[in-house]
Design a protein around this ligand. Structure first.
Ligand code: SF4
Ligand code: SF4
Length: 301
């Protein structure tokens, strides 16, 4: 393996060594931290901030007060009101994580060298099997750490490992293109074609996202659409996405059912959840798949 670029470091928040939903076969999924979008339904809110951060699992806390003693910034307080956190004062030193005897405090996010990821992938290569398995970089947003992502993809390529990226595409084409070129598969997330809806529900414009999608027609690309109840899963939005794909020369779409289990993660981070109480609509997945196929797309649901 070339040593080129393998010392580049980035911030990740997880590695799944048995991922089966992010590309073909059994894969090692690497979750990069940081995302330019703020989707109301994001199922990985711990991925959004590019910096390492603290999560607090209130149901594990035994109110021993050790975190209060060790925190140099006065973030924690334990009283008859319970355990409260002044999160804005937190400097992510994680002294409280080490001190907690109940595993109620955890650090999310760590710096790691690209070479360490490639080395781990190389050791797992025999387990990727014959189903086309390999490595998928996801997040968070892979294009938010382009040098780190490129170094991993290049190292995997040089080791004969299948590479994939999952991206929201919210970046200049000059950033995405080199990563797509290093990937055997691009999983491309589309939420809305309508710019106003996109801004309202993700906090960002989608002009670059749609432009990048058109350019990805020349790559091995699968579009992914999350079915968010009442938001992205409406007939009008789905039909608009499918028509856009046809016009852009993108033929393969994967539909992702809504997962309400993410709500707990928002509690751990002390953030409100924008979709509290939402549930997947019965039959919506089948109907969405029917509409995709009627639009002439190759649909995996
Ligand atoms: S991570 Fe550090 S600064 Fe943040 S609450 Fe824990 S001890 Fe305090
Ligand atoms: S150290 Fe852990 S168990 Fe003790 S008060 Fe802090 S969070 Fe709760």
């Amino acid at each position: 393996m070339s040593a080129s670029g393998q010392g580049v470091t980035g911030t990740i928040f997880d590695i799944d060594t048995f991922a089966v939903h992010d590309g073909p076969g059994v894969r090692m999924a690497v979750y990069l931290k940081g995302c330019p979008l703020g989707c109301r339904w994001c199922h990985s809110p711990e991925s959004q901030d590019p910096r390492p951060e603290l999560v607090f699992l209130a149901d594990r806390c035994v109110a021993c007060g050790r975190c209060v003693e060790v925190c140099p910034h006065g973030v924690h307080s334990v009283s008859d009101r319970g355990h409260e956190l002044a999160r804005r004062a937190c400097r992510a030193c994680f002294a409280c994580v080490s001190a907690c005897p109940a595993d109620a405090l955890r650090a999310v996010g760590r710096r790691v060298a690209a070479g360490a990821i490639v080395g781990k992938a190389g050791r797992l290569k025999p387990f990727f099997g014959h189903g086309g398995g390999g490595v998928t970089l996801t997040g968070g947003e892979v294009t938010a750490q382009p040098a780190f992502a490129a170094a991993i993809l290049r190292g995997c390529r040089e080791s004969g490992i299948h590479t994939a990226i999952e991206t929201c595409g919210a970046c200049p084409w000059d950033v995405l293109a080199p990563l797509a070129a290093l990937s055997d598969l691009v999983l491309y997330d589309l939420k809305f074609v309508d710019g106003g809806l996109h801004r309202r529900h993700t906090g960002a414009d989608n002009a670059a996202i749609l432009d990048n999608a058109r350019r990805l027609a020349g790559f091995n690309t699968v579009v992914r659409v999350p079915l968010i109840p009442g938001l992205t899963d409406t007939d009008a939005n789905l039909d608009a996405i499918f028509a856009f794909m046809r016009g852009a020369g993108l033929s393969r779409v994967e539909l992702l059912p809504y997962n309400p289990a993410a709500a707990a993660k928002y509690e751990w981070l002390g953030r409100p959840y924008g979709l509290a109480g939402a549930q997947p609509s019965p039959g919506r997945l089948a109907e969405a798949a029917r509409r995709a196929r009627a639009a002439g797309l190759d649909c995996h649901a």
